[in-house]
Design a protein around this ligand. Sequence first.
Ligand code: SAH
Length: 355
Amino acid sequence: MLNLDEILRYLRATDEETLSELWARADTVRRECVGDAVHLRGLIEISNFCQANCAYCGIRAGNPLPVRYRMEISEILQQVKLAEKLGYGTVVLQAGESPGRLPAAWVTELLCAIREISSQAVTLSLGERPEKDYAAWRDAGANRYLLRFETGNAELFAKIHPGHPGLETRLLALKMLRSLGYELGSGIMIGIPGESWEDLAADILRFHSLNLDMIGVGPFLPHAQTPLGKQFIEKMVASQVPNDEMTTLKVIALTRLVRPYANIPSTTALATINMSGGYELGLSRGANIIMPNVTPAKYRELYEIYPAKTRTADAAEIFDQNLKKRILALGRKIGTGAGNSVNFSCYTDSKSDAR
Ligand code: SAH
């Protein structure tokens, strides 16, 4: 496996030769380990209520939003059906962090309702919760959990998560999820103000030590209505990791090299900084997943974690048609089935199967 110095060398590289070598290595490992299928996961943003104050995020509690919403269970089921109709083997339920507005029992009821109509894999992305909530949801049929650690630099983590007990707590949550039998996803934002190349290299190695099944990385996108967004816009720090496309692609490629069997999305954040070809570039440099947004338009515009996200808000069906054409044009295939983690099935029991 790559060591820290090799990762740093690739991260800092600007010459064509080193870069071509990195892209080729990542694409080869991707093809050999997870194949040509691109699995599509339908993202449903079920609620923007949030009591956290993440300094980068547009739906943070401190940001006055015109409307806070929680979708009705019946509305969510409609979108699950839509995702199934489009052939997506997985739905991802994402929300702000609000145990008050998203009680554990309500999520359990939702999961049971989904299980009645669909055998798609269900991924949750509902932030940090007590272990008993994670356990109840796993029992109710949730298969996977996404919870990024955002940065492994504990000082920086504390700075961008005011009121949060700290990085260790986030890492503990990941451990809990793993021991409950979830397929585990995490990841980082790239180019957080104050992030160094060494931080970034260590994060990539951490993807391996955390034994992650799914790894999502995307550029930090400054949101003008957030403290970190304002700081970024006012004062760019020269000696730090840029939040650009090249760095994101390098991280995707390096992530593939340290986690050959992981499911790695070409993220919406990457597609936001390159609307015409971001998805393709990610897929060509190690990624094998795309997460099309199937949130109804009226809610999607209220879930603005970063700006410009809503500009890609085509109707799900139109977006889907274009996306599939773009994937096929790359010579890749559209994944079928749940697209479970290959890595995961190697070391857990049959409970891990998508139910
Ligand atoms: N509340 C859930 C979901 C958060 S949104 C949770 O805490 O897990 C999902 C991801 O979007 C976050 O983990 C973060 O990495 C990313 N994100 C949020 N704001 C962003 C921004 N301004 N730029 C780039 N990515 C952002």
